[in-house]
Write a protein that binds this ligand. Structure first.
Ligand code: SAM
Ligand code: DTB
Ligand code: SF4
Length: 341
């Protein structure tokens, strides 16, 4: 049965609704034990879990737009948009105009995306920004697209206003394990992220929350990130697994390279521990070849960003994405409530 995002939203997710008798909550050591499985056993378990909860050959397509780029006061060590680092390619801009956002959203729809994700380089939205942002959400949704937005920390009122405007998902990432977080970000604590996620839930929004792999964290820390995500109650409907895109000028520009199979393992472990979530193969596809992306799909990833750019960096080539989908027999996942093509 295809569990649509809508059905995920209305029915609280039983944490162990898998045929594989998964634990009801995941300790880091249990997640680490999944990581340690022989690769093919891990892939088999992830693929079996995936097939129990989603159509096997469907991939959700989202398009990303940076609606306000650069000049951010936070010091996230991976980010091109922090004002603390000298980077090229993320020149500070004002908030985009509504017509420009709508033109980009229409183009995304024409290219086959069913969800439009908007990102702003803010620590948190200011009150004066909220009317323009909520207007964007309502107008993009009126085009027949699902909406997702990421604006940084939120107050309860702001989360409520976004819900009122018709927002479907709020993206706010935990990024990494609690005990590695301080190596990457000093300007806001882990707890503030958990607090924002709770406000998003309380407002009745669906949660999109994941992290970044390849920042120099250990396997145990990757397991701890997944345990944190799977331990959210309920776990997120959407989990972006980003591969670090190293940005020149940031503290992580020379992060040690990660074994690509370790990235695939992380996807598989996310799929097994959060069986009904959409696992998003997010940043980093431009640096991955077709075979590695295919392994990520086999491991249970069922969403990608489609389009020329992510926020400030190039995305994987759309023409190649289509060819790869054809070669693999993958079909776009219809939006919630829409029949399959
Ligand atoms: N400013 C808001 C915030 O941080 O919540 C929203 C935008 S922020 C750029 C959204 C997410 O993009 C980050 O939490 C991080 O996980 C991801 N991201 C940013 N730069 C990245 C990079 N260089 N490589 C991989 N992921 C990245
Ligand atoms: C997420 O987890 N990944 C997206 C989205 N949420 C906003 C952002 C990826 C950014 C990659 C680096 C860049 O283009 O600046
Ligand atoms: Fe700012 Fe978000 Fe980048 Fe952190 S990840 S520096 S909060 S834009």
């Amino acid at each position: 049965m295809h569990l649509s995002a809508d059905s995920l939203a209305v029915s609280p997710q039983p944490p162990c609704a898998t045929s594989l008798a998964a634990p009801t909550s995941w300790k880091t050591s249990e997640v680490e034990a999944l990581f340690a499985l022989p690769f093919l056993d891990l892939l088999h378990q992830a693929q079996t879990t995936h097939r129990a909860h989603f159509p096997a050959n469907e991939i959700q397509l989202s398009t990303l737009l940076s609606i306000k780029t650069g000049g951010c006061p936070e010091d996230c060590g991976y980010c091109s948009q922090s004002s603390k680092y000298e980077t090229s390619g993320a020149k500070p801009t004002k908030l985009m105009s509504l017509p420009d956002v709508l033109a980009a959203a229409q183009q995304a729809k024409d290219q086959g995306a069913t969800r439009f994700c908007m990102g702003a380089a803010w620590r948190n939205p200011k009150e004066r920004d909220m009317p323009a942002v909520t207007e964007m959400v309502t107008a993009v949704r009126a085009l027949g697209l699902e909406t997702c937005i990421t604006l940084g920390m939120l107050s309860g009122e702001q989360a409520g206003a976004l819900k009122q405007a018709g927002l479907d998902y709020y993206n706010h990432n935990l990024d990494t394990a609690p005990d590695f977080y301080g190596n990457i970000i000093s300007t806001r604590p882990y707890q503030s992220r958990l607090d924002t996620l709770q406000k998003v839930r309380d407002a009745g929004l669906r949660v999109c929350c994941g992290g970044i792999i390849g920042m120099g964290e250990s396997r145990r820390q990757r397991a701890a990130l997944i345990a944190q995500l799977a331990g959210l109650d309920p776990y997120p409907e959407s989990v972006p697994i980003n591969h670090l895109v190293p940005i020149k000028g940031t503290p992580l520009e020379n992060a040690p390279p990660l074994d690509p199979l370790e990235f695939v393992r992380t996807i598989a472990v996310a799929r097994i521990t959060m069986p009904r979530t959409v696992v998003r193969l997010s940043a980093g596809r431009e640096q991955m070849d077709d075979a590695l992306q295919t392994l990520c799909f086999a491991a249970g990833a069922n969403s990608i960003f489609l389009g020329a750019r992510l926020l400030t960096t190039p995305n994987a080539d759309m023409g190649n994405d289509r060819k790869l989908f054809d070669r693999l027999g993958l079909k776009p996942m219809p939006a919630a409530g829409q029949p399959a093509a």
